[in-house]
Every structure is written in structure tokens, then in C-alpha cells.
Design a protein around this ligand. Sequence first.
Ligand code: ARG
Length: 601
Amino acid sequence: MLPNKQIELKLQQAVRAVLPDADSSAVLIRPCPDPNFGDYQSNALMSLAKSRKMNPRQLATSVLAKLDVGDWCEKVEIAGAGFLNFRLKNAVLSGALQAAARGEHLFFESVAQTSGLCSETGQRPVPRTVVIDFSSPNVAKPMHVGHIRSTILGDSLARTLRLLGHRVITDNHIGDWGTQFGLLLLGWKQHLKPDALKTDPLGEMERLYKMVSATGEAMDTVRNAARQELVKLQSGDAENLKIWHEMLALSQKQFDTIYARLGVKFDHALGESFYNPRLKPLVDELVTKGLARESEGAIAIFFDDMPQLKEQPALIRKSDGGFNYTTSDLATLAYRLETWQPDEIIYVTDGRQQLHFQQVFAAFRKWQSAARSPQSAIPKLAHVWFGSILGEDGKPFKTRSGETVKLADLLDEAEDRAFKIVSEKNPDLPEAERREIARVVGLGAVKYADLLPNRQSDYVFSWDKMLALQGNTAPYLQYAYTRIRSIFRKTVETSISDKSRVNIQHPTSNIHLAAAEETALAKHLLNFGLTLEAVAEEYRPNFLCNYLYELAGKFTSFYENCPVLKADDATRASRLALCDLTARVLKQGLDVLGIETVEQM
Ligand code: ARG
């Protein structure tokens, strides 16, 4: 087990010895924000003390008396209001790096591998089953840049949780049912241009939708006709179903092209229509159980006991008898529980859906407490929401002519711009190679720009910033990776003796940390796993972006201050091992963000 996880485990044991009823799984250690205070810090005792009305420093003292981490740490210190600060022993640090160099770990632990141990102690997290609902575009509409955030964020969370050993189920909850199909069907029947449908199916469907909804707003007759088309579809009319299926297939084809380009895969794509047969029985059940009631002809769930939702009942059947988004999400939740028994469900959408998910989660809790036995665990539900993408003028990101930006066009532009940059830097590389580098760099830049900001704030989309080779960008990290890889190419070319050449291809596991920059780099490498855990815990891939950026920075100061190729044999081998580990963590970290690397740029 990694030394930082050992310390965490021992700390949890000490906390249980002092407070037998405490939930020690929330007792975590994190890298110390200021290295002057130590390498790791835990603030968990302060919240434990607070909830028990205890003096936090006193609690810290009692825990410390039970804490046995002498194998890994220097003296543990209590700081401030009750923080615990830990400093790793040097030998423990180099031991962990040597194990990594031998290929025993890459600074993180998979709960899948340690699960035996987990169940024995009952304390370490066993693999959890996590359903992630993300991307979820709407049929008959081109995927626009707003869907990019959901797709990219959701994919990186899925990758992180999988790497940590959890059982992840990804589900693309496609918007393939609902009132928009009334307008679409009407438009299809009256105004379809078959040629346009062939060349740009989603563009044509979008045109039909816009056209009919614009007139529909003005005219009752159009609105009524659209409603009739919808009713026909919902009651299984053969012609309308056939058109609907065609709309689905055409949309899915375009979605698949984009997902293939982005390297995003789903385990399931159960759209809203899949839950249609479940909506009526669900509403009936909620009414029978007394959880929903009629109000002005509609049926709603009221949250009288919840101050923040008191004025916001959730409608689950409209007065015209139709069901809505909330009904469909409740049915989806029930299906997921029955089918996958998840410990956690994560929904990734934009911030405008916050109220919707508060209602869904609250309704679900009521429903569960009515249906389940008290001891059965209720899964954790998380709405992972994000802000908007803005143009450089600070307004919602649009094309020059004021249209919403289509995702496919955006990705094309990213690759084109990257191709220009790559061609300027490397005019001599064959074109096919430059195109491949441009693909990796262009897509990487777009993804990273989306993952780097705090997801809840809006961010300004800037081609120049995201494609820059300097600063906190994907191209900078991809370039840092290629630079390390080029050290290994150089070592083969230079005049190093045959014996050392062998070592270079299989870096030594004998790591010796002497210079301050070496130790700083080594400590940062060791924090990779804790960073991944924090990403999974708080659903924030930006923690990993910043970790990788710092890693590249620490590597640069190491490389500038510690000669590698010119050092004596033993030092060179040890430093090459540090280079190799840094490259591996960079590559693995970028991969978790869904970003590829190349060997040369
Ligand atoms: N289709 C929806 C949209 O584009 C997102 C669906 C999110 N997932 C869910 N279970 N509601 O806004």
C-alpha cells in the first residue's frame, strides 16, 4: 500500500479508537497546501469535533496518542485549530518511488485490487457501482457546444472512477421523446426537403423545427395540428412512428461520429422514450401511496416539509394528461436502481437544471422512504452541473452570424488551427504526421479548456489561449511529455557506454533523492492518487489539470537544476527513472482527462 494511504488508514484507526461511532471513512489526508508545514494534512478532526461539540485541539491530542505512524512519518504535529500535519520520512519517499520504478504502482491504488483488504477492515472503500448520466443530447437537433461540457466532464469522471477500480456504468440519456416531436412531425410532413435531409439531416430537422415553432407561436391552428401529431405518435400511429424512427437513426449517426472523434463510449444509450411505458404506472403508484396529489387538474408532488422547495411542487402529470421531464427522470431512476443496484448516480448537465434535479432527488427520497425497509441503503445522487461557455465578448458563445456553434464545426476548427501551428513548427514532417499531431493537439486543447476552469463558473472560449504552447493548456502538457520522451531518444544517440544504454531503456529502480528539486518532484508524483481521489470525490477534473500543470513545472525546475545525461552513471540512472515516472504520470493523467499524447510534436 502507498505510504500516504497507510497514514490515512492508521489515522482512521486512531479516530475509531477515540470515537468508536464516528464515520472514519470521511477522515482523509490531503497534500499540505504549504510544504513548510508538512507533506500531508488532515482537517477531518475539526469537523468531527464540531459535530460533537468537542474541543478540536483536545480531540487531536487524544487521536495523536493512539496514532502509530512512526514507520512512515517524522513527528506528527497539531496545528492551528486542530489540523494534523504529517511529514514523510525520506527513506519512505524514495521507497515509494522505487516501487513505482519497478512497476508495482503508478502512485494510485485501485479499490478493485485491494477489495479483499477493504472488506476485512470494513473501512477502506470497496468498489462502488456508479451510474453516470452524461452528454444526453436531443434528437433532431445538432449537438451544440453546450453538450460538449457534459460529454467531456462526464467522460473524464467515468475514466477517473474506472481507473480507481469502481464499477462504472455510463448511460446516454438521449432526449428522444416529448412535445418537440409534435412540431417536428408536422414540419416533416409539410415542409421536408428530401435532398437537404440527405446532405445535412440534422440541419434540415432543425430548420423544420424552427420553421414550425415560429409559426406555431403565432397560430393556434399550427399548435393544435402539432399536438395532434404528438398524440398520434404517443398512441402508436404507424406512419408517425416510422418518421420518428428515421429521425432517431439519423441523429444517432451524427452523435456516433462525434463520440468516435472525441473517444467517448457509452455502455448504454437508453433515451427518454425507453421509459414511456413506465410513466403511467409510476404516477398511479405515487398517487396511491399518497405521495402525489391533484392540483388544478394536474398531478404534482408537494414538498411541504422542505423550506427551499415548499413553493416548488414537482409536476408529474400535466392537466392535458401528458407526462413530463420529471416523470421521465423518476422512472429512469427506478429503472437504474432495479437494473444496476448502484451506490451512486451522477447527472452531468448545465446549471439551469438545478431546480429540476433538486425536485427529482427530493421526490425520490420521499418515494424511497415509503417503499423501502429502513435499513436498505439509499444511493447517493449527485447533480454535477456546469456554467456556460462565453464568447470573447463575454456573451454566450455564438458564430459570427449569431448562430449557436455546432460541435462538429468547432472540432474541425480546432484541428485546422492546430495544423497551422504544427506546420509552422515542423515544416519538414510529412503531412500525414502533422495531421495526426494536429488532431491530438486540437482536440486535446478543446477538452482541456473545458475541464480546467471550475466547472460551476462560466468560461470564455479563446482559441489563442487554449492552443498556446505556454501556460496551463493541453498543448503545453503534451509538449512537456514529448520533451521527456526525447531525452530517452537522445540517450540512445549520444555516446553513453553500451552498459548504460541498457539501463536507459529499462530505467533503474534504484532512486536516490539528493537535490531539493528531486525531492519536490518525487513528493508531487506521490500525490497523483490523492488527486484522482479528490476528482472522484468532488467531481472536479480541474484538480487533475492543476496537478499535471504543477507536475510539468516541478519537472522543469528539476531538469534545469539537476543534470541528467551528463551525470555519473548511478545519478544518471536514478534521474532517468524520475524522468520516466514523470512521463508516465503525465500520460496517464491526460488519458484520464480523455486527452491523447504523441511522442513528438
Ligand atoms: N436531454 C437533456 C438536455 O439536453 C439532458 C438530460 C440529462 N439527463 C437526465 N437524466 N435528465 O437538456
